[in-house]
Design a protein around this ligand. Sequence first.
Ligand SMILES: [Zn+2]
Length: 171
Amino acid sequence: MYLKLLFILAVTINFGTHSCSQLVEKTNNDKKQKMNNQAGNNKTDEEWKKVLTPMQFSVTRQNGTERPFTGEYDHFFEKGVYKCVCCGKELFESGTKFDSGCGWPSFYDMKDNENIILIKDNSIGMSRVEARCAHCDAHLGHVFEDGPKPTGLRYCINSVSLQFEADTLKK
Ligand SMILES: [Zn+2]
């Protein structure tokens, strides 16, 4: 019984690691190069400080994390798009937002996989996947594999990294 459990555990861990690196490799191809080519989109820290609030600067430019359950979009479910607060690129859509109960806005997919880059993050002694804006390199949050179908992913994103724009078109 014990051995069987151990086997299941090993398989689970293996699978987790495997799909995690697949996730990173799948979305990162070419994007880093693209990001480097868009250096004009980037500002110095001093320039960012002029256009961002201290909290926005701390999260997006210094990899900070807003306190859980405090973000503007944590319990916010209007229809529209969520843009990068730094450069305005469209990152997420309200249709993929769900209430994960984790304390941060959660999405099960990105709007356009050209706009977000996923990077392995081994800081704070944990193996995680970090989500950054592919255009201006803003830190957005992390991606976990405990999201709902169809992706099974949870993009756990800081509210202050996002700027919501309501969908005003009548459909
Ligand atoms: Zn950006």
